[in-house]
Ligand binder design. Sequence first.
Ligand code: GAR
Length: 196
Amino acid sequence: MLKIVVMVSGGGTNLQAIIDGIAKGDVKNAQIAGVISNNYGVYALERAAKAGIDSCVVSPKDFTDRENFNDALLAKVKEYSPDLIVLAGFLVVIPEKMIDEYENRIINIHPSLIPAFCGTGYYGLKVHEAALSRGVKITGATVHFVDKGTDTGPIIMQKAVEVKEGDTPEILQRRVMEEAEWKLLPAAINKIANEY
Ligand code: GAR
């Protein structure tokens, strides 16, 4: 049984997709041990509570400097002793120590077809704004292993999504979530739990 920690920053729709995927049996041999948020009061925490999953907040606001925050984050992750860490809309740079300790055991979902529209500064709606202003006709989502770069780790799965006439960043974000992210992330976890 693959023990997962899911890290979140916001609404948690990708967390929900994992919860639902496990409940429906689409994701086999995996369980969520805990959810960690860097923000208080986000809806992802409610989603965890509703599913009866343990959760906690480790916020940089509660620490005097980044190093203390990073140490607390790593300590919290270790408490759950996960086999896999899933970044599901977690908008914090992962401490190097965590990447060293969990090499090839951290995955991230990014809302574009990497290597397009990724790297520093490309997160959330900004990714879709950039895709629309470049005028691409196809975008999508990527699940990849996390290494020390930003969105540079080995790609596990990708799914393409059509950009349509009249799309706003919000409309495109929603389509990428529905058609790609919410399918891709549970599928990648299922693959890791059962194939690797
Ligand atoms: C998702 O679109 C995810 O791909 C993106 O943040 C959103 C979180 O939504 N992540 C990044 O941009 C990472 N660079 P959610 O909280 O509803 O899952």
